[in-house]
Write a protein that binds this ligand. Sequence first.
Ligand code: ADQ
Length: 460
Amino acid sequence: MSVGRLVIISNRAPSVDGSADSGGLVVALKDALSKNGGLWIGGAADQVEEPAQTLRFHERPDFDVALFETDPQIYSDYYLGYSNSVLWPAFHGRVDLIDVQSRYASAYREVNKRLARMVAPALRPDDQIWVHDYQLIPLASELKSLGVKNRIGFFLHIPLPDLHTFMAIPDWQDVAAWFGQYDLVGFQTRRDLANMINIFRHALRGELRANGHIGINGREVAIGCFPISIDVEGFRQLAMNGAQSTDPAPLPRLIGVDRLDYSKGLPQRLSGYETFLANHPEYRSKVTLLQIAPPTRDKVQAYRSIRAELEHLSGRINGRFGTVEWTPVQYIHRALPRDELAVLFHYSRVGLVTPLFDGMNLVAKEYVAAQDFADPGVLVLSQFAGAAEEMPEALIVNPHDPHDIAEAIRTALDMPAAERIERHQALYAHLKVHDVAHWSAAFLKRLKKVDDLGLDRVAR
Ligand code: ADQ
């Protein structure tokens, strides 16, 4: 059968005029969307007191964008509340940070239900639907209850925790059942995939089939691992072009670039750097750590706390080791343009990517893409970043152990050029093939296969 339009649904839509398309997901999906007159449905940037009851359509030359509006209070309970104060901490293994409020759970269900009511009339029978991320897990269930028959795929950008952590979510069986309503559920890693199988088994008596599908109550759910990536060539070009007109860093530099989020292990990273300076006095005044961490979700208490903790820690390290001429930690808390980031990565001797738990972590891939082939820097990568499954040639660390981080920093700084080149070549060779276009093509191919299989079943 012919493939119809691709319909992407996500919490935030791309800009309606294409002006802010540099984000990875838009770049990744642009080609697939423009091929068959695609549609991207997502939340409007601003909430309004009297939201429209239908989608607002905008035509772009490459694909259409349809926005949905939400009331500010409901949006806050859905987005900051259930999505980012229940699901985000639970899925990142921080059950201590879950903030259970019944109005959060009902807003989450309500937004998904409303969205489904707006989306259903806009669909055509041969549309392929691809829903993104944890804000929209119930959407397939809501669409199907409205009679939508299209195949629906889902991709989870964040990690899926183990069964017992998942069970800390109130009504966790409902969340598992929502996943079970998709035709294809995609994850970043084999780790997440194994957790899904276990959760399906316990919550829904799911049975793993030989073809990798899970049988749930007489229907089949395909699951798969599709590690997301970046526009490798594009990012490399940014770095190389920028480097031509920029000077290298005056001292060997360590770099960290993260949204300010407790999952990113920033205090642990700074402790690791502090341990490194304490244990290796010969490096004092010889290196700097540049940490770029723009605040996000700062209406949520846990995010305000992490910011205060980081400011305290960087101040302490600078106070303890700094001199009139040398500042050990430079801490910038705002976003930088991508071309500036690319050059900063290019001229940094060590990339520090040490999350406590992360779906993938694109910074790890950007750092590798931005390196000079002849004199590359070294990636220090947490064993808990999804990226660690694909990047074994990085120096893999336990982000909870400051001594492990400290020793990896020393190893990276002392590493001979031949070893740096060898490790980088292996990392880059993998990355070049497994870029973001590879990711979206793999997911869509699998969704199409599920679609074809499903139609076969009906035909027989
Ligand atoms: P994030 O948690 O946002 O994404 P990440 O994968 O690292 O994490 O992506 C962050 C992006 O924002 C990168 O492209 C990075 O360069 C950029 N960025 C970070 N700090 C910046 C700054 N100061 N200025 C400018 N840009 C900055 C979620 C999941 C991840 C998963 C992605 C994609 O949490 O695990 O890899 O989605 O699926």
